[in-house]
Write a protein that binds this ligand. Sequence first.
Ligand SMILES: Cc1cc2nc3c(=O)[nH]c(=O)nc-3n(C[C@H](O)[C@H](O)[C@H](O)COP(=O)(O)OP(=O)(O)OC[C@H]3O[C@@H](n4cnc5c(N)ncnc54)[C@H](O)[C@@H]3O)c2cc1C
Ligand code: SF4
Length: 489
Amino acid sequence: MGEFKGFLKYDRKKQSEEDLESRIENYDAFQHRFCNDDASEQGARCMDCGTPFCQTGTGVGKETVGCPIGNYIPEWNDLVSKGQFKEAFERLAETNNFPEFTGAVCPAPCESSCVLSINSDPVAIKGIERTIIDEAYKEDWVKPRTPNHRLGTRIAIIGSGPAGLTAADEMNAWGHKVDVYERDMKPGGLLRYGIPNMKLDKEVVERRVSLMEDAGVRFHCGINAGVDLTYEALDEKYDAVIVATGARKQRDLKLEGRQSRDIQFAMDYLTEQIKYQFDEIDAPSISAKDKQVVVIGGGDTGADCVAMALREDCKSVFQFNKYDRLPDAVKGNPFWPLEKKEFKLDYAHAEYEKKFGVEPRTYGVQTMGYDVDFLGDLKGLNTQVLGEESLNGLSVEDQERYFKADLVLLSIGFEGVESELPKAFGLQMDNNKIAAAEDDYRTSRQKVFAAGDSRRGQSLVVWAIKEGRGVAKAAHKFAVQNKMFYKSS
Ligand SMILES: Cc1cc2nc3c(=O)[nH]c(=O)nc-3n(C[C@H](O)[C@H](O)[C@H](O)COP(=O)(O)OP(=O)(O)OC[C@H]3O[C@@H](n4cnc5c(N)ncnc54)[C@H](O)[C@@H]3O)c2cc1C
Ligand code: SF4
């Protein structure tokens, strides 16, 4: 246990951040780690409750209870509270290949499930995790996971997002020779080309990729498997193939006028902006500069668009949310161990409010039509007010509202997997995802495994890591057994 009655003695602390006004002048990551003393104090708040819901990790419908990768949270809380950061890092590294990613971007279902959160503030688990790994890098404790010997097996991994990277890290460490094939020009998947730099510094991704290269993993970028690389070529060369290509097919809102160049997918906007920031393209084709922007979709990707548009110096942003505003925050969590249903200001909303004096979200709004002129330029959006709260007291005429807009960013989720690779590889699909069992990750094709968003649909980085670890075990077993069989026959 961290400290007897520590949770009564110390309050939950937030990690410090760059101030709201100055950070929108650049694209730098704005959140800091705890200093060691603060992390120790926060670790001391852990009650070691005996039933650590925080580390259980199960899916309940679309929600998650506890940490999906089963991080040994109470154990490292205790170690950190005693200042034993090296031991805490070693324990953390047993379950999490990339704490630097989750420590920066995980929505921390562990904290919602923390027993303390029933009637108080949860332990700052994510901030402690981030501090452990940052300290580990600072002290040079993070080393390439180079295997002691090679097994003589070869594994191909398609896709280098967190699922593919995790599978590569595990399988290489166990002695397989691992080749990762990636369509983009650099590895990382959505860690690099989706999540903005403000939330996850791309140097953090590069640092990990380069450790993996030092350990022997080979990355082949700019290769579109299924087009540049056939299944037959992979089958000939490799003992197992892991498909971790994500679920990138974006949901569209096909209303009249959709063909306007001023209506774009959120992901295309974010990816281009990130490429532009890192000099991978000369100029972005989608820009929010000096524009009245409407982001359709109230989720996290939409919030990332708000943050990006602010940094581009947009004129204004409305972020449409179909649902009513959630109630204001209260202490304690009546939904425990699930996430609390309360009003939150995401980082982007707080930044916007600071600059413009209002938060950018509008609630209970349904888009009914795009107003596009004969030249194809967007003028605005016709909307209808929905939801009990939002409709409250409105006359029939007031239920329709027009929003001026020069740019619309569609952020209404993802339909599933792009179909080219599954078609080319002859893989069976299940509801827009690659069909593969949850226990052994095997697809309809002998030798081919699937994991991450391509198997479970758009999800979270922490679930991708969980899937990467799971698929690595399954492919390892398969490849080793096959090798033994062929050697002895
Ligand atoms: C804008 C945005 C922000 C997000 N923010 C967060 C967040 O803050 N926290 C969080 O936990 N989750 C977040 N997510 C979700 C998270 O990023 C994903 O769940 C996670 O990245 C999935 O990992 P993956 O490895 O399965 O797929 P991906 O990260 O999508 O990686 C798939 C990789 O496969 C490659 N690929 C695809 N087809 C081929 C092919 N034919 N040949 C070769 N390579 C191919 C792609 O180029 C890509 O690199 C966010 C998602 C988006 C879109
Ligand atoms: S990975 Fe996410 S859920 Fe797991 S301990 Fe870290 S912040 Fe919590």
